[in-house]
Ligand binder design. Structure first.
Ligand code: ATP
Ligand code: SF4
Ligand code: MG
Length: 322
């Protein structure tokens, strides 16, 4: 594996509620090699966005980083001051947030909104300069520079997503985190946005972390796939290995319920629902839904097992019959 640009070590992120902490990210260890495209997949509520927000140090209250380290380019981000972190955010790590409408201000021109990034980081000295640079950023994402004067409502969903990507890559970060950047878009637009991210990754030599619930989408573009279930990383590895030979029953379930992965519809789905993270199941959190669960799964939590070929799996039965 190439040198990691990002090493997440035993990260815990909890939301404190009246009914106790929600353990949204609970002991995740993950290395992202420089120059790769790592996709994080999992059902709704598995902790994907929480993980991304933690990397950006933007966990909203009542959330908190309860433990662990996030080492980015050699620095533990959890130890940085607010001011130091502001210099990392946007400049060295760009992020496209999950809800595009919430991320754009409807009453400000898109050029001014992208321009903020240049002003905040002192790259532009005034609004005029910031708008000029914003025009260049728009061209970088395939939109005319003159669109700096447009308002978000004058753009389609796909164009708005391009504007957000322009803002995220404006300062040419080395890491881009994109949280469900195409969920609200139709399949053709979705594909074009993915092409754009791939092009930008190459041109700007970025590492990409894509968050998606869609394992088929992840399989098309990534070099590695990380699978999260109920706040835990349950499987991680090179894309071909994970997709063709999944080791975790949950990963197998996701692949079997993906309609397009094998060019045919085979919507089987995973029975049951993800657990309440205030009171997660004992032992393996997946055991109430797992077709392979045995007594041990109910009492003992599976430790992540590191295997050859950069693979990792957390399941008591993953290696049976191998
Ligand atoms: P989705 O695919 O729906 O975006 P996700 O994998 O991104 O889901 P998160 O948004 O990270 O999941 O949420 C993880 C867990 O944390 C969920 O159980 C969620 O209910 C809980 N959670 C998120 N934000 C808060 C909050 N502000 N207060 C309490 N619990 C929260
Ligand atoms: Fe299923 Fe047991 Fe493996 Fe959990 S540890 S995924 S319950 S077989
Ligand atoms: Mg999310």
């Amino acid at each position: 594996m190439a040198e990691p640009i990002l090493s997440i070590e035993d990260l815990r992120v909890y939301y404190d509620t009246l009914l106790g902490p929600v353990r949204a990210v609970d002991g995740v260890t993950l290395e992202v090699p420089r120059g790769e495209w790592v996709s994080i997949v999992g059902e709704s509520g598995s902790g994907k966005s929480t993980l991304a927000y933690a990397i950006m140090r933007l966990i909203p209250p009542p959330g908190r980083i309860a433990g662990g380290r996030i080492v980015f380019e050699g620095t533990d981000l959890t130890s940085l001051s607010g001011e130091e972190m502001r210099r990392v955010r946007g400049r060295r790590i760009g992020m496209v947030f999950q809800d595009p409408m919430a991320s754009l201000d409807p009453v400000r021109r898109v050029g001014d909104q992208i321009g903020d990034v240049y002003l905040e980081h002192g790259v532009a000295s005034d609004r005029r300069e910031a708008r000029r640079l914003a025009g260049e950023a728009l061209e970088m994402v395939g939109l005319p520079a003159s669109w700096v004067d447009r308002y978000p409502h004058q753009l389609s969903g796909g164009q708005r997503q391009r504007v957000l990507i322009a803002a995220a890559v404006a300062l040419k970060p080395s890491l881009l985190i994109a949280d469900e950047p195409t969920t609200a878009l139709d399949v053709i637009v979705q594909d074009k946005i993915m092409d754009l991210i791939e092009d930008l990754k190459r041109e700007l030599r970025m590492t990409v972390v894509l968050i998606t619930h869609d394992i088929a989408l992840a399989a098309e573009r990534s070099t590695r796939i990380a699978v999260m279930y109920a706040g835990k990383l349950v499987e991680y590895g090179p894309v071909d290995a994970v997709v063709e030979d999944p080791l975790h029953p949950y990963t197998r379930g996701l692949i079997e319920s993906a309609p397009d992965l094998w060019g045919e519809k085979r919507l089987r789905g995973i029975p049951g629902y993800p657990p309440d993270l205030r009171r997660p199941p004992s032992g393996c959190r997946f055991h109430p839904r797992c077709p392979l669960a045995v007594e041990r799964c109910r009492s003992e939590e599976p430790r992540p097992l590191r295997l050859e070929g950069g693979r990792l799996v957390a399941c008591h039965r993953a290696l049976e019959g191998r």
